[in-house]
Design a protein around this ligand. Sequence first.
Ligand code: NAD
Length: 275
Amino acid sequence: MPGRLEGKVALISGAGSCGPGWGNGRATATLFAREGAKVFAVDLNQESVEETAKTIQDEGNECITYCCDVTNAASVNEMISSCVDRFGQIDVLQNNVGGSAAGGAMDMEEEVWDKQMDHNLKHVFLVTKAVLPIMVKNKTGSIINMSSTSGLTYGGAFQIAYCTTKAAIRRFSEAVAIEFAGRGVRCNTIIPGQLHTPMVETRLASQRTGGDIKKLIATRNARIPLGQMGDGFDVAYAAVYLGSDESKFVTGSEIKLDGAMTLKCTNLPDDYPTS
Ligand SMILES: NC(=O)c1ccc[n+]([C@@H]2O[C@H](COP(=O)([O-])OP(=O)(O)OC[C@H]3O[C@@H](n4cnc5c(N)ncnc54)[C@H](O)[C@@H]3O)[C@@H](O)[C@H]2O)c1
């Protein structure tokens, strides 16, 4: 049986991972390849993206890597040209790069704010802008952007720039969706809640629980009515659907993956019994 993404070329930014294991981009790249896509895996960290490619190639699937800072317009344009030179088309784009920096409205340094805007938002614009002419010319394309439940409800963690950018991505996707709906290009957003990806160990534990990883995992699991955090493959399965023709009528939409955490946060008291 053909894969769900057979014949498609997929470009994924942030296809490495900030630590050992499955970040969202690595899981998505791997699942896309299993479903028949030719994967163009982009990351700033060459070693990490090579690891993703090795996993894909060891499974007998197709992936080539490209090292690029997606916050730089010139580098992005070269990267897109390289993908088209290699594969002749781009059918699916997943803008996956992103991550939070701690800090509230009164204490965040201006340069941290600026970096967060680039790291979470500017590249979404730059890469989308560079890919759109190709998708418009081919009259087909699916763009998938990564928000977060931090862009949906204010979860209480002090990360003012992250929640601002992740909310902005949702509106950006809707704007692209309506602007390009008549030209064959779809654009949707995935909204993950708390996931157990490598950033829990590599970044969050030091920010949130003084390096106590077990405590952080227990705290995050306890917030989820379904009982535990999701993972990179929860994102990847949603991305396969949005990238494939199965979602041909879906644009300007959002898929929230949060084990009902935001329902609990927004509508119910903290001690509401969910089990
Ligand atoms: N992990 C979670 O719990 C979670 C929850 C909600 C949303 N998200 C979102 O999912 C996305 C991926 O998160 P993750 O934790 O899996 O990521 P990660 O930090 O594991 O991986 C991100 C990759 O992006 C690369 N990268 C960073 N800056 C780059 C740049 N300028 N150019 C190119 N590559 C760059 C890094 O090298 C890394 O390999 C992010 O947008 C994040 O905000 C994650």
